[in-house]
Structure formats: structure tokens, C-alpha cells
Design a protein around this ligand. Structure first.
Ligand code: KIV
Length: 271
């Protein structure tokens, strides 16, 4: 879909305008056509095709196993549904960390095969060469610092990050490097609210938080978590806006009971 034909499409430029005028940015994940269509129609600004698909769609414990082909499949499904939101796609683990040429070819595959709007990479200084190379090709890049789930085996825990001064200083330095490189935005995950607010204040680009407090420029959540589909996951930062687990369980149980009792279909539900 061309940028012009999208109804008031959200662009990276519009996100930067939103930051300048102090309008908060809303972002949610989606991984499939039906959910993305609902999320887009409800007025979300940014849809993230996150590698959290590995957890909530595929049932893996970490985000590491998801492949570039898997991400492209999810991104294409979302692309077909979305008319307004900016679509950002995660580069999965192992497709950009070691080699900037590989990073570029991974990002190009996503942009060509899924026709989405931008990519997101986890990390700072360590992946800067990959970020530069992707940006030089004209693909918008979003950074991701703080808790970076692709590095879970390095840290061994999903606890709050950057509580100590040394790690907080590195995070601020990395955030500035990503901004200087040309990233259009940054996700900060699970860090102290004070640090999140400081980074958002010191950067010109929009800073979107997940567990990074209210002082950032916008918020992102995993859609399955905020809809209460995935009730096992309940970190402090998560606000649940629905209890779809209960709604779906009741609906399925009622269906099973209707089928078993020969109550469904009734006269008007058949030909
Ligand atoms: O993959 C994902 O869903 C993410 C968000 C948690 C920001 O990266």
C-alpha cells in the first residue's frame, strides 16, 4: 500500500511531530491479520510485529527460536490488515548481531517481502554497525534498550534492568548513539521510571516504554497480555484491559455443551 493511499497513515515523521507537541504515542503488538485489523481500526499509532510472537503465538519460552521466515509470515499477515498504523517488525535473534551485511539483507527481506514500514533491533553500541548499514539503505530503524529478551541467556533473568549507575550510564550512552546514527525511535523495556523519563527528555526521537514509567513519549504492550489472553504473565507494568481468557473459555465451553446436547444448530441455523 502506498503511503499516499493510506488514510492519514502514521509515518516516522508524524511520530516525531507527536513527540514535539507532547502527544503520547500508542503502540501494541500484533502478529496476524484478524487481530491487526481490530487494533488498527481502534486507532493505534504503531503496530509492532514483535518477536514476542515466539512466546504468545508459538509457545516458546524465549524469543530466540523464531526465524526470519516466521517473522516475515507474521509481518505479511499484519500488512494485509493495516491501513493507518506504522508497522515495525523485529529482526529476530541471529539475523543481525554478528554481521552488518547479514543485518542489511535481513532488513531488506522484511521490507521487500512484507512491505512493512520499519525494523527494530535490540542493543546499543554492539550492533551500531548493523544499524548504520540498514539506515544507509533507507530503511527506518527503531532501537530497543533496557531488558532485551534476545539476550536472556547472557543476563539469566527478566528482572528490571539498569538500576545500577554503571548500567544506566551505558544505557544513556547507547540511546544517544542510536539517535545520532539516525534511529527514528527507541523502545525502553523494564527500567526505572526516572531513567526512562531522563532518556526521553535528553533525546529528540520518540521513546516508547514497556515498564519504563510514565515519563516517556509513549507506551507499548504485548496485545495478548493486555487483553488477558495470556494470564500466566503478570509483571507489575502490565495493565489488563480485558479478560479474554475467561470470555473465550466460557464461549468454547458453551459451544461444547450445545453440540453435545444437540442444541446447536437449531432450525434457523441450517439449510
Ligand atoms: O517483541 C516484542 O513484543 C517487543 C516488545 C516487548 C517491545 O519487543
Amino acid at each position: 500500500m502506498s503511503i499516499e493511499s493510506k488514510v492519514k497513515a502514521v509515518t516516522t515523521y508524524r511520530l516525531s511531530e507527536m513527540k514535539q507537541r507532547g502527544e503520547k504515542i500508542s503502540m501494541l503488538t500484533s502478529y496476524d491479520y484478524s487481530m491487526a485489523r481490530i487494533v488498527d481500526r481502534a486507532g493505534i499509532d504503531v503496530i509492532l510485529v514483535g518477536d514476542s510472537a515466539a512466546n504468545v503465538m508459538a509457545g516458546y519460552e524465549t524469543t530466540l527460536p523464531i526465524t526470519l521466515d516466521d517473522m516475515i509470515y507474521h509481518a505479511r499477515s499484519v500488512r494485509r490488515a493495516v491501513k493507518r498504523a506504522l508497522i515495525v517488525v523485529d529482526l529476530p535473534f541471529g539475523t543481525y548481531q554478528g554481521n552488518s551485511k547479514e543485518a542489511l539483507s535481513s532488513a531488506i527481506r522484511i521490507m521487500k517481502e512484507a512491505e512493512t514500514d520499519a525494523v527494530k533491533l535490540e542493543g546499543g553500541e554492539e550492533i551500531l554497525e548493523s544499524v548504520h548499514r540498514i539506515l544507509c539503505s533507507g530503511i527506518p530503524v527503531m532501537g530497543h534498550l533496557g531488558l532485551t529478551p534476545q539476550s536472556i541467556h547472557k543476563y539469566g533473568t527478566y528482572n528490571v534492568r539498569a538500576r545500577e549507575e554503571e548500567e544506566a550510564d551505558k544505557l544513556i550512552k547507547d540511546a544517544k548513539l542510536l539517535e545520532e546514527a539516525g534511529c527514528f525511535g527507541l523502545v525502553l523495556e523494564k527500567i526505572p521510571a526516572e531513567l526512562g523519563a531522563r532518556v526521553a527528555k535528553e533525546l529528540k526521537i520518540p521513546v516508547i516504554g514497556i515498564g519504563a514509567g510514565g515519563g516517556v513519549d509513549g507506551q507499548v504492550l504485548v496485545v495478548h497480555d493486555m487483553l488477558g489472553i495470556n494470564k500466566e504473565f503478570s509483571p507489575r507494568f502490565l495493565r489488563r484491559y480485558a479478560d479474554l481468557d475467561t470470555i473465550i473459555t466460557d464461549a468454547v465451553a458453551n459451544y461444547v455443551s450445545d453440540v453435545k446436547g444437540a442444541i446447536f444448530p437449531n432450525e434457523s441455523e441450517q439449510y
